[in-house]
Design a protein around this ligand. Structure first.
Ligand code: COA
Length: 160
């Protein structure tokens, strides 16, 4: 059986913390789709297409990883992709309550869909996309948090 997983998020932008989860998931599953949510309530800086493109470029070296946008229920999208598993990263205990709720809701909607949690590597536990954007907007260095491709795209957005 081919095991297919989806890793959902807003990815505005994708960080090394996400990358850590993606690379590890790529070793566990035959296929990993990074599922990029529209998430209008977060008012993303990058459009959904731009976020998908950035992920595709940053992970072009991983043959079994692809990126795709979605604008529906995650459980529905997982079914459309024929994914058996949703991957979520856990950064701290504080993430757990929300993640448990999300996983339970997704299983209630699609009972055969499993959520698997991967603990984020310790060195990335404090990173979030909005913090990286804030540091960049205020002129701070972000090399240790995001790929050079993302740095270039972010500086273009900021200087616009
Ligand atoms: N390393 C670094 N940062 C991480 C991380 C990791 N391993 N994991 C999460 N983060 C950061 C993200 O960058 C994000 O930062 P931000 O809040 O500054 O943008 C933050 O932690 C929260 O991430 P996450 O919990 O993945 O939220 P999200 O907004 O990226 O994704 C969805 C949430 C898209 C998965 C969820 O809203 C969803 O499923 N939406 C689809 C609609 C749906 O089905 N709704 C019903 C759900 S039951």
């Amino acid at each position: 059986m081919i095991t297919k997983a989806i890793y959902p998020g807003t990815f505005d932008p994708v960080t090394y913390g996400h990358g850590d989860i993606i690379a590890r998931a790529a070793k566990l599953f035959d296929n990993v789709t990074v599922a990029v949510a529209t998430h209008p309530s977060k008012s993303p800086v990058f459009t959904q297409d731009e976020r998908v493109e950035l992920i595709s470029q940053v992970f072009s070296h991983l043959d079994n990883v692809s990126a795709c946008g979605f604008d529906c229920l995650l459980a529905e999208f997982a079914q459309q992709c024929h994914a058996q598993v949703i991957i979520r990263g856990l950064r701290a205990v504080s993430d757990f309550e929300y993640e448990f709720q999300l996983a339970s809701m997704n299983r209630a909607l699609m009972p055969h869909l499993e959520t698997i949690f991967l603990p984020t590597s310790t060195k990335y536990t404090y990173i979030s996309s909005s913090l990286v954007r804030e540091v960049a907007q205020l002129g701070g260095e972000i090399e240790q948090f995001v790929d050079p491709i993302v740095i270039k795209a972010l500086s273009t957005k900021i200087n616009r």
